[in-house]
Design a protein around this ligand. Structure first.
Ligand code: HEC
Length: 292
């Protein structure tokens, strides 16, 4: 096997292993980054909904207290305000959604699906780690990321409408009925805020960035590999071949090839000088002047 072939095989092996490892780490990092970005987006949506809830409860409800005596105004309900302000989210940003899912909801539209019930149960029985559950699910629209946080009754005021039908405003019962959304207790986790965010978009973005940067790195590495290959050929392989031919000629008794050109001070030039000294001794046996 020639030196060139050996260098080529070793270079190729190193490139495949090295680049494989680098690209693997790079791709994982870029994917994780995309996921972190999406989780951050979901947290922002959830925090915004909480802000709307608090605003409605603290600012709007007292203002409309008098009007609410005559007719029930869902506009004063924190959950209604949050759901209404977030409802258009999916229209402008497909795949995004916000839901306050409850096991026993006042509004049947908020009833937890079996998957959501599982998450709420994990908050209720303490099997959820921390106060946020993050999961992904594959859907026909692409992978979705779910970020869920528990909804706990932390205010006695909430129980006005969610403890017993008798305690709730009759006008509310007229609209929502007396059969659901009651029996909640102080400090009980009754549901979860569930924000859904599409993972496909940031994943596509990550893939595009990976292809661009990875392609660039690959091109540079191939360019450098070809350059090194050519340099090795020019500086090592080609002189060694010529020297071999000369040595073969001398061995066969022909001195027509002359001396080997020895310029510079690298190892190949030293070898060429040593070769030339050996050739002269072989030719005349006389002392050879030192070259430099
Ligand atoms: C004046 C009555 C009233 C008060 C006070 C009230 N709620 Fe509600 N709540 C409702 C009504 C009515 C709905 C259904 C709104 C809708 O149409 O989506 C609701 C919905 C909810 C929902 C969504 C699930 C469901 O039951 O449909 C949650 C969660 C919730 N409320 C929690 C709370 C919390 C927590 C508080 C206290 C900070 C609170 N509520 C205070 C009347 C009330």
């Amino acid at each position: 096997m020639t030196l060139n072939t050996k260098f080529s095989i070793i270079t190729m092996l190193m490139l495949v292993i090295g680049l494989g490892a680098v690209f693997g780490i790079f791709w994982n990092g870029i994917r994780e980054n995309a996921k972190t970005e999406v989780i951050q987006e979901a947290r922002l949506i959830a925090a915004e909904a909480v802000a709307v809830r608090t605003y409605t409860f603290n600012e709007i409800r007292p203002l409309l207290a008098a009007q609410s005596q005559n007719r029930f105004l869902p506009h004063t309900i924190p959950a209604f305000a949050a759901a209404t302000t977030q409802r258009d989210l999916g229209k402008s940003f497909p795949g995004y959604s916000y839901k306050e899912a409850a096991l026993n909801p006042t509004n049947p539209a908020n009833r937890a699906t079996p998957e959501e019930k599982e998450i709420i149960d994990s908050f209720r029985n303490g099997t959820a780690k921390g106060d946020t559950v993050i999961s992904t699910r594959d859907t026909p629209q692409g992978p979705l990321l779910y970020v869920a946080r528990p909804i706990k009754i932390g205010n006695q005021d909430c129980l006005t409408c969610h403890s017993t039908p008798a305690a709730a405003p009759p006008s509310m019962i007229d609209i929502y009925g007396p059969d659901h959304g009651f029996g909640w207790n102080m400090n009980e986790i009754i549901g979860a805020q569930i924000v859904t965010v599409p993972l496909q978009v940031p994943l596509d973005r990550a893939r595009a960035a990976f292809t661009k940067l990875g392609g660039g790195i690959l091109l540079i590495v191939i360019f450098v590999a070809v350059l090194v290959h050519q340099l090795i050929h020019f500086l090592v392989v080609s002189p060694v071949r010529k020297m071999t031919d000369l040595a073969n000629d001398i061995g066969a008794g022909s001195l027509a090839g002359g001396e080997f050109p020895a310029k510079g001070h690298d190892e190949m030039s030293e070898l060429a000088r040593a070769f030339n000294r050996m050739r002269r001794q072989f030719v005349g046996g006389e002392e050879v002047p030192k070259e430099g």
